[in-house]
Write a protein that binds this ligand. Structure first.
Ligand SMILES: [Zn+2]
Length: 128
């Protein structure tokens, strides 16, 4: 599986310039690409679960916090965006530069136009 990823990434980084005509992908190739991306996302997710579990075990041991307290904290954070729906869209909401008021791209913590730093949550990420 890793070999496949490495080969694909190498291919990606050697993409020809847009002026080079490429035959359009066949539908089956597009489907393969999409299912590969889903596979990679699942693997990333599994890894995140493991890291989260390890961190939680360490926090529990160090602080004596309980699973019930964790559940309650998750509920509080979920509710921050006004809805209890298993996600907090507050961290994906677009924000504007505090100095020039232009939109700051998701995933960025500073303004691409004027360089001002924005106060953003460390959990800010690309929305879906
Ligand atoms: Zn700015």
């Amino acid at each position: 599986m890793d070999d496949l990823f490495i080969r694909l990434e190498t291919t990606d980084s050697q993409m020809p310039s847009p002026s080079v005509r490429q035959p359009p992908l066949r539908i089956s190739e597009k489907t393969d690409d999409a299912s590969l991306q889903v596979t990679r996302l699942r693997e990333d997710l599994e890894r995140l679960y493991l890291v989260t579990q390890a961190l939680w075990q360490m926090v529990k041991t160090a602080t004596g916090a309980t699973d019930e307290e964790l559940q309650e904290r998750i509920r509080q954070i979920d509710a921050e965006d006004g809805r209890i729906d298993g996600k907090n869209t507050e961290v994906t909401r677009p924000i504007d530069c505090p100095v020039c008021h232009r939109r700051i791209l998701s995933g960025q913590s500073f303004c691409l136009y004027c360089g001002a730093e924005a106060e953003v949550s460390p959990f800010r990420h690309h929305g879906h």
